[in-house]
Design a protein around this ligand. Structure first.
Ligand SMILES: Cc1cc2nc3c(=O)[nH]c(=O)nc-3n(C[C@H](O)[C@H](O)[C@H](O)COP(=O)(O)OP(=O)(O)OC[C@H]3O[C@@H](n4cnc5c(N)ncnc54)[C@H](O)[C@@H]3O)c2cc1C
Length: 467
């Protein structure tokens, strides 16, 4: 009998898969097998076995490149029958194997149509990116109201995780979704919203891929102002940094504020969007602020929202950023303990903890705007996402570095949890099922109920080890 290894070496990657041999439990290009259903897209052998972290390796048995929602329905039904695990890949930017699977990988990039840009909404396939949407929306002077820093991420991947932004009072990306189309783990495409199939809607938003494959979304758009004035303020000490950060947040005059440490020095990045006929008044906006204004530049809308993508593209070219090992650390802290935590953790970081392709960031978010039950955050009026986006010095596998940084992350997470911290599950922390139960807290029974209802055979997204 053909083994999978023989098949891969004998046939090479990219070869079409024609069936599944349920006895040998391998996909095959030729018999004896049960033929896969007829598909609009294709099912192939491909080696999509790692993610942005570059240290977890999990080879899929086969990769589906869907051309229709019905391809996903058919293959989920097929996988259910044969108890094959399934995961969807957006752009693979999570770092701890969340989207990897030794089963069927659905590569969502082939479902990437923008169906409509309306006056205040977009209807878009989940395999398109927020960058695609942002550019298309701006042709009509519109923009998603909330965007991540880097926007070359899939619609579906971000909606499965949360989507944290530096716009402080607009909620997360998951809070700005009106309607979804989801193929559940039962292999059925279902439309859901606040009014229709609400349980499914609330389960999949920030649901870490546990309950269904998001195939299409209707999301909010708002008018885009053509320019952004971006201020960078630098600080000699963290106490003053936090004082100014809180002053600016409380004033609610600048809508886009985050913290970043550059070479260990705290900075506030703040941006005010504007129309050229009515430019911001710097003296007024920054009155009483002690930080040194390091930079104030005017950028057009797209240059501003694509700035991190531009930076990352530069790093890809200059230091092979994609191949750097990136065990990222991401944790939410309540307003009441964020200073204490950051003041202990940041001064102890070494250049190795961050790397030339890394960042240390702090995103303040107003808690009252968060509406999705699966999105777990601390209970406080403001919550702060603290990230150490570590990158190794050199490209290529480095298991010792990954292990060392993972141990650091686990330690930093324990410290955060003792101060009311909650994991943002895009990054690299070892979580047992007990940790997940604690993570979901009073929401855990609903996680279990929704799993029973929508993925009764537990085939979806095994990577995070939640259920
Ligand atoms: C440079 C950079 C900056 C970033 N900045 C931010 C930021 O500011 N804020 C922020 O919140 N995040 C940020 N991220 C992280 C990012 O939001 C998450 O890692 C997100 O998961 C990435 O989207 P993706 O398309 O790569 O998803 P993937 O990593 O491919 O998928 C994420 C998870 O969702 C599942 N999934 C993917 N698509 C679907 C689908 N259609 N249906 C169901 N499940 C699905 C996957 O199986 C996986 O478990 C950043 C990432 C990078 C690389």
């Amino acid at each position: 009998m053909l083994t999978r290894r023989n098949l891969l070496t004998g046939l090479g990657l990219g070869v079409l898969v024609a069936g599944f041999d349920p006895v040998g439990r391998v996909w095959a290009a030729e018999g004896p097998f049960e033929r896969v259903p007829h598909l609009d897209g294709e099912l192939v052998f491909d080696d999509v076995s790692t993610d942005n972290g570059q240290y977890v390796v999990r080879k899929p048995l086969a990769v589906l490149r869907p051309k229709s929602v019905s391809d996903i329905e058919k293959m989920i039904l097929f996988c259910r029958k044969h108890r094959i695990k399934v995961a969807t890949r957006g752009r693979g930017h999570s770092t701890h194997g969340q989207g990897l699977v030794a089963g069927l990988l659905i590569d969502s990039r082939t479902l990437n149509r923008i169906h409509a840009i309306g006056p205040d909404y977009a209807d878009i396939d989940a395999g398109a990116t927020w960058l695609d949407l942002t550019r298309a929306a701006y042709q009509k002077q519109l923009t998603p109201p909330v965007l991540t820093g880097y926007i070359g991420l899939s619609i579906g991947g971000v909606l499965s995780m949360g989507g944290v932004s530096s716009t402080n009072r607009e909620g997360l990306i998951v809070d700005r979704v009106r309607e979804l189309e989801v193929v559940t783990g039962e292999g059925r495409a279902v439309r859901c919203s606040h009014k229709q199939n609400r349980r499914l809607f609330e389960a999949v938003l920030a649901g870490v891929g546990q309950f269904g494959v998001i195939t299409r979304a209707i999301v909010d758009l708002v008018p885009a102002l053509p320019m952004a004035r971006s201020y960078i303020l630098s600080y000699a000490d963290q106490q003053t940094f936090f004082k100014d950060l809180r002053t600016l947040l409380a004033r609610n005059e600048i809508g886009d504020i985050f913290g970043q440490w550059l070479g260990g020095v705290p900075h506030i990045f703040a941006a005010a969007t504007f129309d050229p006929v009515n430019p911001p008044n710097d003296a007024e906006l920054l009155r009483g602020i002690s930080g040194t204004v390091f930079q104030a530049v005017d950028l057009d809308h797209l240059t501003y929202v694509e700035r991190v993508d531009t930076q990352v593209e530069g790093l890809r070219q200059s230091i092979s950023w994609n191949e750097l090992v990136k065990p990222w650390f991401d944790v939410w802290l309540p307003s009441s303990t964020v200073e204490r935590y950051v003041n202990e953790v940041v001064p102890a970081l070494t250049p190795r903890d961050v790397g030339a392709g890394g960042w240390v960031l702090l995103f303040p978010v107003q808690r009252a705007k968060l509406t999705r039950p699966m999105m777990r955050v601390p209970d406080d009026d403001w919550v702060f996402l603290f990230d150490i986006l570590t990158a190794s010095e050199r490209p290529g596998p480095n298991p010792a570095f990954a292990k060392e940084m993972l141990a650091r992350n686990n330690h930093l997470f324990d410290k955060a949890r003792s101060l009311g911290g909650v994991r943002y599950p895009i990054g690299s922390i070892d979580f047992s099922q007990r940790d997940w139960v604690a993570h979901y807290g009073e929401q855990w029974p609903e996680v279990q109920r929704a799993k029973r209802m929508y993925d009764p055979d537990h085939i979806l997204t095994p990577g995070p080890g939640i259920l």
